[in-house]
Each structure stands twice: as structure tokens, then as C-alpha cells.
Design a protein around this ligand. Structure first.
Ligand code: EPU
Length: 419
């Protein structure tokens, strides 16, 4: 199990290239199950979560080839049972349910367990499958879906904490091969949903409204192979922007889509950083005064929950008192206790974190608990005095491609140590 040592206090300067989006690539790879023909997916990031998804596809019977960011999948003949041993490692495995149900009218996939960012139910996914005509059974830790025919239906996917991203993807993937029209209300508007819809459309699906709360899908008889390039990872981009803000002189992120980063760019601007952008790059540089923030996570186009931890790290190092409210995953605050070990002054009250900025953070041994919490610890460590030892870094490798190397190329001093 690797750990990383961050030697704090270095200034970051330069450019960094952003990879393909993990949260787009995962459902898009699952969608290749919907056709017997070959699909070619480009700009697939080299991450352990992607590796798990490719293993699931192989075990379902797909031919999978991968070469430098390009993945080819041919799902000529497939099984409908996803093996527990792999599924349990990644919650996003649930996104094979929709395509298996759509194509084979049957699926058996383990029910994902809890997760450190909180309770993560999939009731909305299951409600959607039922509305399309599937019989849903949960037995022995598995979800079983069975249908003789899938029929288009009107489905509202808005839950207590807002829309569901993977749920919207799952229902779209099941509905593309259903008979008739499916209308999804309360759909997630995230760019990853639009990216998945664009891939499905390239495969011959009939979908309109992706990127709004109202998606319509007119079922077709079958889909064909297609090629697709995954959108840039907006959360990796946001994380490097915060790295630039927390420790940078001037950092430019390249190969990104600034349109997907609106709320993050706005928050950094409100905090007093200088930001400029071109069509595919964003530059952040320190400016004069800093201003504390009142931030609330909200589904897209609001401020993303996947950037909440990184902003907690940044705000800990800025003058004044900021308040961060988490509405999407109200328990997603595992990073707070670790940031406090580094000297941050944060009071957590239910789903609100009140952050009093401190002059200095100090390096300490800390524990990565989940993907974005780990990223936040790396960011805080860039600004801390001394060395921060971050254990359990496999969490960070799930969602950031070579983050240590990319930060070192900007001037950081990070070592990866095999334990
Ligand atoms: N929810 C329900 N019922 C459901 C599904 C979700 O109540 O059936 C609730 C969740 O508990 C949560 C809210 O709805 O309170 C939103 O969850 P959502 O379903 O949108 O999350 P997800 O689709 O499982 C994706 C990303 C997450 C990201 C969230 C929110 C992937 C693989 N994961 O998860 O990414 O935080 O959307 O934007 O796309 C990450 O990358 O670190 C990560 C956790």
C-alpha cells in the first residue's frame, strides 16, 4: 500500500494537462454493453476505478483492449451476472445494471454497501427500472432485475438530496432499447450525463433534453458500435485550480472545458483570486486580498460536492471565517478531522463546516479516507510547514491520474513510498 510524503512550502507555477473524466468514462464504458458491435472510447483516464470497470466488462464476456487512453470494447455475447469480488470494490459498478437490463432484460449485480461519504442508496435507480417494467428483487446481497419487455414510462428521479447522476444514466441506458417513449423528470444536469447521452446518440439512440431536468428517450430496436472521446475531468481541473490558489504563483490548466467549471471559477474569483480563461484553459494566480466564502454544494450547475473537501483545505489557509454547507452528501466531512490534525481551525455542526482561517498549517501523518478527501489533504500539505505523510493513497489513485507527478511538474515536492 503506497503512501505519499508532501514536503510543504514550495510554490507552484506552470501548466498541467487535464485527463478524461472518470465519472463520464465509467457509465460510458458500461454503455458499450448495449451493442454487439465494437465501440472505441478515447481519452479514458488511467485510474483504478476504470480498471475495475474494464475487469467487470471482461468478466461479463466482453473483449476489452486498452492502449494509451483508448479502450475498445466488443460485447458480442454477454453474461448478466457481475461478479461480487469486483463489484464490491467500486460503487459505480451499479451502472452496468441499466445496460444489462436494456439489452438482456436481466441483470444480477451486488448491492453496493455503505461508503465513507455517507449512506448511498440506489432506490431511485430501482424505482426507475420498475417503472420501465422490470421486476426488482434484492436477495442475498444482490439486485436481481428481470423483465419480459421494457416499456417507456414517465419517471421522476428527484430524491431527497436532489437528482441522481448515475441513476439518470442508468435509466437512460435501460430506456434506449425499451418500446415507446420514456420521460425522465428531475434528471441530473451534470456534463457527465450529457456526455453519456452523446455517446448513446452516436450508437443510434434517440435522446433529447440531456443537460436539463427533462430528458426524453424514444426507444429504438438496437444500437450499433460507435467512437467517442470522453470530456475533460472537471473535478481534476477544479482540484488543480485549488492547488494553484493554495500554493501557486500562476498555474494554468490545459485541455479542460471552462464552461463546466463555472461555479468553481466563480468561487475562486469571490475568494479574491485572479482567473482568466481561453476556450480550453484556465489560469489562476494570486491577487491582493482574500475574502472568506459562504459555499453550499448544489447539483450542477451549482458548486460541486466533489470540490467541497478541496475548498475546505483552501479556506483553512485564508484569513477570515468561511462556512461550507454540504447538501448533496450531508455526511461528507471525513477530511475535517484530518485537516484539524494539520492545524486547521474548523467546527463541524451537522452538515455545516465553519472554517476560521489560520496563518500556518503544519505537516502531520494523516489518513486518506475517500477520493476527494485525500485530494484535500494533498492540497493542504502543499501549504503546510514540514512534511505531511498521507496514508492509504489508493483512494487518490481511484480518481486522479499521477497527481503526485503532475504536481511535482508544477514545482511541488511529493514522494511516493511503497510500504
Ligand atoms: N440518492 C438517493 N437515491 C438514489 C441515488 C442517490 O437518495 O437512488 C442520493 C444520494 O445519497 C445523494 C444524492 O442522491 O445524497 C446524489 O447522489 P447521486 O446518485 O447523484 O450520486 P452518484 O451518481 O452515485 C456521482 C459521482 C459522485 C458525485 C455524485 C454527485 C460517479 C461515479 N460518481 O455519484 O462522484 O459525488 O454523483 O455529484 O459518477 C467522486 O467522484 O468522488 C464521487 C463521489
Amino acid at each position: 500500500m503506497d503512501k505519499i510524503l508532501v514536503h510543504g512550502g514550495r510554490s507552484l507555477e506552470g501548466e498541467v494537462r487535464i485527463g478524461g473524466s472518470k465519472n463520464s468514462a465509467l457509465p460510458i464504458l458500461a454503455a458499450t454493453l448495449l451493442t454487439r458491435e465494437r465501440c472505441v472510447i478515447e481519452r479514458v483516464p488511467d485510474l483504478s476505478d476504470i480498471h475495475y470497470m474494464l475487469t467487470i466488462l471482461s468478466q461479463l464476456g466482453c473483449e476489452v483492449e486498452r492502449a494509451s487512453g483508448v479502450v475498445q470494447v466488443r460485447a458480442e455475447k454477454i453474461l448478466t451476472e457481475a461478479p461480487y469480488e469486483i463489484v464490491r470494490k467500486m460503487r459505480a459498478s451499479v451502472c452496468v445494471l441499466g445496460p444489462l437490463l436494456g439489452r438482456e432484460k436481466a441483470a444480477k449485480v451486488s448491492l453496493p454497501g455503505g461508503c465513507v461519504i455517507g449512506d448511498r442508496p440506489i432506490d431511485l435507480h430501482l424505482k426507475g427500472f420498475e417503472a420501465l417494467g422490470a421486476k426488482v428483487t434484492v436477495k442475498g446481497g444482490d439486485i436481481l432485475l428481470q423483465a419480459t419487455e421494457l416499456k417507456g414510462a414517465k419517471i421522476n428521479l428527484r430524491g431527497r438530496h436532489g437528482p441522481t447522476v448515475l441513476g439518470t444514466g442508468n435509466i437512460m441506458m435501460a430506456a434506449v432499447l425499451a418500446t415507446g417513449t420514456t420521460v425522465i423528470e428531475g434528471a441530473a444536469e451534470e456534463p457527465e450525463v450529457v456526455d453519456l447521452a452523446n455517446f448513446l446518440i452516436a450508437m443510434g439512440a434517440n435522446i433529447s433534453g440531456a443537460g436539463t431536468q427533462h430528458i426524453e428517450i424514444e426507444g429504438v430496436k438496437e444500437l450499433h458500435g460507435a467512437s467517442h472521446s470522453v470530456i475533460p475531468d472537471r473535478i481534476e481541473a477544479g482540484t488543480f485550480l485549488v492547488a494553484g490558489a493554495i500554493a501557486g504563483k500562476k498555474v494554468t490548466i490545459r485541455r479542460t472545458n471552462p464552461n463546466h467549471l463555472g461555479a468553481v471559477i466563480e468561487a475562486l474569483g469571490n475568494a479574491g483570486f485572479d482567473l482568466s480563461h481561453t476556450q480550453d484553459s484556465v489560469t489562476v494566480s494570486p491577487n491582493g486580498a482574500r475574502h472568506p466564502l459562504h459555499l453550499e454544494t448544489i447539483p450542477y450547475p451549482g458548486f460541486p460536492t466533489d470540490m467541497q473537501a478541496q475548498f475546505c483545505a483552501l479556506l483553512s489557509t485564508m484569513d477570515g471565517t468561511s462556512v461550507v454547507t454540504e447538501t448533496v452528501f450531508p455526511q461528507r466531512f471525513m477530511h475535517i478531522a484530518e485537516l484539524k490534525r494539520m492545524g486547521a481551525d474548523i467546527i463541524l455542526d451537522d452538515h455545516h463546516a465553519t472554517i476560521h482561517g489560520v496563518d500556518r498549517l503544519s505537516g502531520a501523518p494523516v489518513m486518506a479516507s475517500d477520493l476527494r478527501a485525500s485530494a484535500a489533504l494533498v492540497l493542504a500539505a502543499l501549504r503546510a510547514d514540514g512534511v505531511t505523510e498521507i496514508n492509504r493513497v489508493y483512494h487518490i489513485d481511484r480518481g486522479y491520474e499521477r497527481i503526485d507527478e503532475k504536481l511535482n511538474a508544477l514545482g511541488a515536492h511529493i514522494e511516493r513510498v511503497k510500504v
